[in-house]
Design a protein. Structure first.
Length: 572
């Protein structure tokens, strides 16, 4: 059976399951240098995605649209063959006693001039399904809790087992966007507008807080305001919770929360305020998950899946793992909406067969191509051994190979790689990526060597947990160490058949160091480069390696280790 999942709204994507195997997941931002979070505005994108794999819509047995905003039904307006199409779907969250796996059934999905019926499941249920069905717990047929914290919803705790799904409770009344909104009130991303949100801020703020210190007096203010305005029994807090179905009311209340925070905190440093708010949320999350588990008598093992946009917060993930509440914690590489097309398809599979494991790989995105290489570049064959030597000679490389990784993080398929042995490498990569000076650059490391370099250094193939650099390595790999001496580590097995693993093995032979700097290969504010030509047109790195072919700029810039660009001043 072929099931096609479709995510129409931000982080739009198309995914195909065939007999329980993920064939592809095409996120729209990873095509044609599209902007980050690209929607699907035209259903022809679904036809095109299927066509890349020799299929047309008539080859698909079931189409599934991810649910979205709406009290009971979501609505979408898209194009098909240039004509407007109106579709309806499931809501963002299941309502009342309705099962999270209850489907909305519709028709009018016009693909290639043919009208197809479709089904739709709540957006949050898709998060649960994408996380659980890709987890080791599903593969072992074990149950798991699933924490979903996303956008304009309070964190929701579910219990999933192969035969079904059960909603347990909302943990506390703070929406997922609150973290990013904090960054709109304090620090370098402060702004005056109160409408909407910026999906880029949360990740940047997670880096920025390393400049600050969490202070108990600030934490006390946040706790008091949380009770007064959000969680307590007073009129303001009750009104906030009563209006929790209104996105505008929720956002307004969160902005008011931070306006009052600013008034009470006075001259406190913004980096300390944001660091303290981060810790306030982290403590609250652990406290409320602990309380929820204490009130339950669920069978062991206690497994946890984490999904929703807040699942990209590596420090909260690590806190939940380190607290000892769970035997194992799983975060998929696409906890945010980049996994929603997969989740939609998994919902339809679950409705038929229960929540079963799917066969999948993180490298199921679009294939890399050369494209039309612009003038000013020369090409030559280049082995991985030769490429390792270039990196050892302090020459950064855009590394493009195979199919793109799923989710928002470059994992060796669409990466910029560089030696990690000088701090200047991090400054240089932030410069060419047009990123702020405090942003970290991640290490990609051979899995068996990681425990000797990082604590805990446990396998982390998708960069979703926090690791501290061991003291003996701090001076050896400064480019991948954050201000607080942590690292957003990616590990990869030495025996992996992925080319980035083979490159790391060759680099280790030359240098004794089993890791490299790894940052995403993309235009600022856009998805990964779709082809080598796009990396060449960008032109800020002089070497582009694409599946055995090295493209070199004929008028290269100076090597970064000996000639540093001047960083622009940064507004604090």
């Amino acid at each position: 059976m072929r099931i096609c999942g479709i995510k129409l709204t931000h982080d739009g994507g198309v995914a195909l399951l065939e007999d329980g195997r993920l064939i592809f997941s095409i996120e729209q931002e990873k095509l044609r240098n599209n902007p980050r979070f690209q929607h699907i505005n035209d259903l022809d994108a679904v036809v095109a995605a299927l066509g890349e794999y020799g299929l047309d819509p008539t080859h698909v047995d079931r189409f599934v649209i991810d649910g979205w905003d709406g009290e009971t039904v979501s609505e979408f307006e898209v194009l098909s063959d240039g004509q407007p199409v109106r579709l309806a779907g499931a809501p963002y969250v299941e309502r009342g006693a309705t099962s999270p796996l209850a489907a909305y059934h519709g028709s009018g999905l016009m693909l290639g001039g043919i009208n197809f019926a479709y089904e739709s499941y709540p957006h949050v249920t898709g998060h649960v399904a994408s996380a659980y069905c890709t987890s080791p717990f599903a593969a072992a047929k074990e149950p798991a809790f699933c924490l979903v914290w996303d956008g304009c919803i309070f964190p929701r705790l579910y219990y999933v087992e192969p035969r079904g799904i059960h909603f347990i409770k909302c943990l506390f009344p703070i929406i997922g966007h609150t973290y990013a909104i904090a960054g709109q009130h304090f620090g370098p991303y402060r702004q005056t507008k109160r409408d909407g949100w910026n999906l880029d801020i949360a990740g940047k703020m997670m880096a920025y807080i390393a400049l600050g210190t969490a202070r108990e007096e600030i934490l006390k203010v946040f706790r008091e305001l949380y009770e007064e305005r959000l969680a307590g029994a007073g009129a303001v807090a009750c009104s906030y919770r009563q209006n929790s179905q209104s996105e505008d009311s929720l956002l307004e209340a969160v902005h008011d929360f931070f306006d009052e925070s600013a008034r009470r905190l006075g001259a406190a440093k913004p980096e300390d305020i944001l660091a303290s708010f981060h810790i306030f949320l982290e403590r609250l999350l652990v406290e409320e998950v602990t309380a929820a588990l204490r009130d339950l008598s669920m069978p062991l093992p206690r497994n946890l899946c984490i999904a929703g946009g807040c699942g990209l917060n590596i420090k909260w993930n690590s806190a939940l793992r380190a607290d000892g509440l769970f035997d194992a914690v799983w975060v998929p590489p696409f906890p945010n909406d980049s996994g929603s097309a997969i989740g939609a398809a998994c919902c339809a599979l679950a409705a038929e067969e229960g929540f079963v494991a799917i066969e999948w790989s993180v490298y199921r995105g679009p294939n890399i191509t050369l494209g039309d290489i612009p003038d000013g570049w020369q090409s030559a064959p280049c082995t991985l051994t030769e490429l390792a030597q270039l990196l050892a000679d302090d020459k950064p490389v855009v590394f493009l190979t195979g199919r793109a990784e799923l989710g928002p993080r470059a994992l060796g398929g669409r990466s910029i790689l560089a030696a990690a042995t000088s701090k200047e490498a991090k400054d240089y990569l932030n410069q060419v990526k047009l990123r702020e000076y405090f942003r970290p650059v991640a290490p990609i490391c051979l899995e068996d060597r990681a425990p000797g370099i990082f604590d805990p250094g446990t396998p982390d193939p998708y960069m979703l947990f926090d690791h501290r650099t061991r003291s003996a390595w701090i001076d050896q790999i400064p480019a991948v160490i954050h201000i607080d001496e942590t690292a957003r580590l990616q590990t990869i097995p030495r025996n992996s058949d992925h080319k980035v693993a083979q490159l790391l093995v060759e680099y280790e032979k030359l240098t004794g160091i089993p890791l490299l700097c790894n940052t995403s290969a993309n235009l600022n504010g856009h998805g990964f480069f779709p082809d080598a030509a796009a990396a060449c047109l960008w032109g800020r790195i002089d070497q582009v390696w694409c599946d055995g072919l090295l493209l070199t700029k004929t008028e290269p810039a100076a090597v970064f280790a000996t000639s540093q660009p001047t960083l622009p001043p940064f507004r604090a």
